[in-house]
Design a protein around this ligand. Structure first.
Ligand code: NAD
Length: 266
């Protein structure tokens, strides 16, 4: 069985990042670019909507809406023509969502599933198309602690992120024999623009998302730095925060306390 190809930052790599005009995606682009890798930054925004000078010199930008099969096909084509392959994909694009089940609309469910879950599915399919023939690569999927711990009033978001964790674990096993590493990153709240992307029919959920994200002490720079250390070490499950480790292990080792803590938030 071939071992996954090591993702050493010293060897030049060809990298595609989704959702890279803001927050964590922007920081993933910077992380790779300042280390001399070739980076294709993508986002749903047009090139004109993206601020000039956002990324270090040398980064290429392409519009890629992760819900569009055509955009993915065009990106794969670009990567093949321009680089002849791809070493790393960071499936990062995502939006905030949430709300009590009786208030969340089916339109909200469809939108968040299409972006947060199927967007990552499409990104993994594109990566595999490029990486299988070359016999290796690295897939980094950005989920969330919400993919592991499912608090109340967040069903839409929790389901998509749990789906990303399940997808990642499946592919971690499935693709290892082909030399492809899969890592899933599960941060707690990070101070980014994500609350602005949230549309919810539940005003309390909207307010809570803004409150938690605005109060977050973690910055994208710190979280991406920690995530990349773990990815480079070949780790599958990447918990970037103390709160994440506490929640993850608390759920497994101290079930009654964990359940009481979540119930108190309902
Ligand atoms: N900020 C947090 O507290 C937090 C915590 C855990 C996980 N995450 C996850 O991190 C990822 C990045 O979020 P962020 O906090 O940096 O948010 P952000 O809003 O700052 O950045 C998200 C980027 O994704 C882009 N995007 C949105 N929809 C898209 C689409 N359909 N196609 C392509 N690009 C699209 C946006 O234009 C934006 O540039 C998301 O998957 C999010 O769920 C965030």
């Amino acid at each position: 069985m071939a071992a996954p190809r090591p993702n050493r930052s010293s060897a030049p790599q060809r990298v595609l990042v989704t959702g890279s005009a803001s927050g964590l995606g922007l920081e993933f682009v910077r992380w790779y670019a300042v280390r001399g890798h070739r980076v294709l930054a993508t986002d749903r925004l047009t090139a004109e909507q993206v601020l000039e000078g956002l990324w270090p010199a040398g980064v290429t930008y392409r519009q890629l809406d992760v819900t569009s099969d055509d955009d993915w096909a065009a990106a794969v084509d670009w990567v093949q023509q321009s680089w002849g392959g791809l070493d790393v994909v960071v499936n990062n694009a995502g939006i905030a969502a949430g709300g009590r089940i009786e208030l969340s609309t089916m339109a909200e469910w469809h939108q968040v599933l299409d972006i947060n879950l199927l967007g990552v599915v499409r990104g993994c399919r594109a990566a595999v198309e490029l990486m299988l023939p070359q016999g290796g690569g690295v897939i980094v999927n950005v989920a969330s602690l919400a993919g592991l711990i499912h608090g109340p009033s967040m069903a839409t978001y929790n389901v998509t992120k749990a789906g990303v964790v399940a997808l990642s674990e499946t592919l971690h096993h499935e693709l290892a024999p082909h030399g492809i590493q899969v890592s899933v990153v599960c941060p707690y709240f990070v101070r980014t623009n994500i609350a602005g992307s949230m549309h919810s029919a539940d005003p309390a959920a909207l307010a809570a998302a803004r409150r938690y994200v605005d109060a977050a002490r973690a910055t994208p720079e710190v979280i991406v730095g920690r995530a990349m250390s773990a990815v480079e070490a070949g780790r599958f499950l990447v918990l970037t925060d103390a709160m994440g480790r506490l929640g993850y292990w608390g759920k497994r080792l101290a079930g009654p306390i964990y359940r009481r803590a979540l119930r108190s938030r309902a």
